[in-house]
Write a protein of this length. Structure first.
Length: 133
């Protein structure tokens, strides 16, 4: 996984630029907060329980629940049963997360390149083909 600092920078940029990251039509910061919280706990080898995740976020419970279910349905996060207590469900980032982050990084790289060079997407694609050869 990318480092926590890298993810904070990426998600901040996403929030500022409103890039999709496959969230669909979403104009809320709640999904980013959910992912950052799960990621930070996971990087410290302590995935949060659903209860702990909801308690740690400063949004309405209904808003958190809505975006949590969307992220789960879209495959961003998954639930695991705790080894200590089978009633407790732990939130973890889906293993396909790295593929999605790489796709997102390519999107950020393209936008950054286009903005800094004042070019369109088709010109960027041509320049990338030359770099790969």
């Amino acid at each position: 996984f990318p480092s926590h600092d890298t993810m904070v920078r990426l998600l901040s940029l996403t929030a500022k630029r409103r890039l999709s990251m496959d969230f669909g039509e979403c104009h809320s910061f709640i999904p980013y907060d959910i992912l950052l919280t799960i990621l930070s706990h996971t990087l410290s080898d302590q995935p949060p329980s659903i209860k702990a995740l909801f308690a740690s976020l400063k949004h309405s419970e209904s808003g958190i629940r809505y975006h949590f279910e969307r992220l789960k349905d879209m495959g961003w996060i998954e639930l695991l049963t705790s080894e200590q207590d089978s009633r407790v469900k732990l939130c973890v980032i889906n293993k396909n997360y790295e593929v999605r982050v790489n796709k997102y990084l390519a999107e950020v790289e393209q936008l950054t390149y286009e903005v800094s060079n004042g070019i369109r997407s088709s010109q960027f694609a041509r320049s990338q083909r030359g770099r790969q050869l």
